[in-house]
Ligand binder design. Sequence first.
Ligand SMILES: [Zn+2]
Length: 416
Amino acid sequence: MSKEEFEAWIEAHPSDREAFTGLHTVIRRDGERLVAIPYSQYYGEFLEEAAAKLRAASKTATTPSLKKFLASRAEAFLSDDYYQSDMDWMDLDGDLEVVIGPYETYEDELFAYKAAFEAFLCVVDPQDSANLAKYKGELPWLERNLPIPDEHKNLDRGSESPIRVADEVYTGGDTRAGVQTIAFNLPNDERVREAKGSKKVLLKNMMHAKYNAILLPIAERAIPGERFDDVSFDAYFNFVLFHELSHGLGPGRIMKDGRETEVRLELKDLYSALEEAKADVMGMWALYELADKGLVDAAIVQSLPWTVVPGLFRSARFGITEAHGLGVVCQFSYLMEKGALAETPDGRLTPVQEKWRGAVTDLCRDLTMLQAVADYDKAQAWVQKYGQVPPVMRRILDALADIPVDVDPVYSHVGS
Ligand SMILES: [Zn+2]
């Protein structure tokens, strides 16, 4: 089906809009008609079995919040109404982080409307999680201080945003199929985000694996040799942490032409790439702001550009048809245009200290405003302008061919 056919159907059948653009329906042909079939029906035989297993797990769970979530998620599988179980998921407070359900829309290359099922099973690190809780209280301050006009700030957003650091012991579904994630920020339902914020889970064992196997070898080739010692795991960990925190900042539900809508629905297929780029850049902006306030170590922001540049190469290698990959190509082009990234005589890339932070702030403003205005044509023009791989980036990417693109976890704790 083409985009045009989908849009023409909604134009002619406005009452179908909600079901057609919903996260949890498949679109099928019924003769001449298009119909939206709920996941609970279309995938009924699988979801009924999964729901039964979740109910059984709920009976054996000892933590009340986990018991409650597993039971309400089982119900959601059969009703397609994930709201209550997303709310319950936000309240999980035990040693286990369990994620199971339809979440991300990256696989829907037509409009990014449809969610794919995935699962994570993680063991929480309570000490690290407690250390990070201090940043939670800074989210409203960061939102108020975003480098955009006040009218576009999302000041009513729920500020209950737990952060957990955990080790992943098993994953399945969508997340297992593509790039292995090092952090996630869920749920995506803007109603839950408005009410309770969103929860960030950082997967520390995955981050260590990728840092050692991929990021350090890239840094050895991408940045000047004398700055290699400035690359640090702490900077990498905080960059990822603030990337995730930034998904919870900025425009979400917005007013456009007098109607209430979401940035995600307006920017369609461009949304994921722009949101990922926004999260990278706003995360860096936030680290600098909090370092000014004395809440983030100076050593971390000092290492930040040297760690971020090889990190951007790491993401760009997933290709520009993937949201994170396209997002970082845009960042590279923009930072080069502003003189914040420069090529060294021996063909490496170096952040330009005196221009870096200013360019990061400008890019943060531009990306956030693209979302606040949510004009698809404007966003498309921006992605076309910055979404081309610069020659120096292409050359370095080509020279990284023998470094692994990703890690492939082996789960020794969980049987099949
Ligand atoms: Zn992200």
